[in-house]
Design a protein around this ligand. Sequence first.
Ligand SMILES: Cc1cc2nc3c(=O)[nH]c(=O)nc-3n(C[C@H](O)[C@H](O)[C@H](O)COP(=O)(O)OP(=O)(O)OC[C@H]3O[C@@H](n4cnc5c(N)ncnc54)[C@H](O)[C@@H]3O)c2cc1C
Ligand code: SF4
Length: 296
Amino acid sequence: MGKVTGFMEYERLEEGYAPVESRLKNYKEFVIGLDTDGAKVQAARCMDCGTPFCNNGCPVNNVIPDFNDLVYRNDWKNAATVLHSTNNFPEFTGRICPAPCEAACTLNVNDDAVGIKSIEHAIIDRAWHEGWVTPQPAKQRTGNKVAVVGSGPAGLAAAQQLARAGHDVTVFEKNSRIGGLLRYGIPDFKMEKSHIDRRVEQMKAEGVVFRTGVLVGAMPKDSKVTNDAKETITADELKAQFDAVLLCGGSEQSRDLPVPGRDLEVCTSRWSSCRSKTRSTPATSSRASFAPKASM
Ligand SMILES: Cc1cc2nc3c(=O)[nH]c(=O)nc-3n(C[C@H](O)[C@H](O)[C@H](O)COP(=O)(O)OP(=O)(O)OC[C@H]3O[C@@H](n4cnc5c(N)ncnc54)[C@H](O)[C@@H]3O)c2cc1C
Ligand code: SF4
């Protein structure tokens, strides 16, 4: 546990926003993450509960009290290792996860929850900045071939784990770019696409092969689902060519909501509006990287 009395001494700190004037001029991320001091104060609030509900509230079971303690003790490198032990892409979740861990935080019963997501965000941005995030190719190859269908966060995380276990992994994606809804559903102001591109490079260095523009199976003629495929491959062909096939196709078919006003011209689905905006975003957009400040 970080500071025994931390939860009584320190208030919850929120991440900042860039000024509106600058946000109006671009489409980039506008959340300003906690600096080293802020993250340390926030981590000091963690009570290291005997039963850490945050850990179960988190969909990937992040080991939250442990990385909070490490941040409080200024051991950021080990904090990044603990964070990566359950989460392949903390820079995605640290930006866009709705943070059910914080709803589950015991401190949330009668106080403000620990800002867990902001600590996660600070750890992984620092890890990338320090060069601690590097490819981890498998030491031994199994010779098994695995096809992963779909390159959304589920497909990418599975592909990375399988490659690190030594399998020969090929990711098939019908669209022209990797990332699924991370790329086509989530706007740059929430998460810039360079974060996906950086992970794809890491995964290529770990041996993952990406085949974009390849549809597995067939699409119904009247489908409104995005499909850039120039090539198709059948399920039988995949089964013949690979030892295992993992389906991570997501759920792109939006469901209409028949409520009063739905027929108004201005009322459109968030999915289709996000898709049209994100499709026009360049493949890689840059951003000033995290610069850690002096520690507490
Ligand atoms: C507009 C919008 C905003 C969102 N915002 C947030 C947010 O802020 N925070 C959050 O936590 N979640 C958010 N979500 C939800 C989140 O994006 C999804 O839960 C997540 O992307 C699901 O991941 P996935 O890998 O299962 O599927 P997807 O991301 O959908 O990826 C599936 C991939 O498989 C490919 N594919 C499918 N079928 C085939 C096939 N036959 N052949 C080849 N390729 C195929 C698709 O093209 C796609 O790239 C949002 C969703 C939408 C629609
Ligand atoms: S913000 Fe991070 S720790 Fe919290 S639920 Fe999401 S992934 Fe888990």
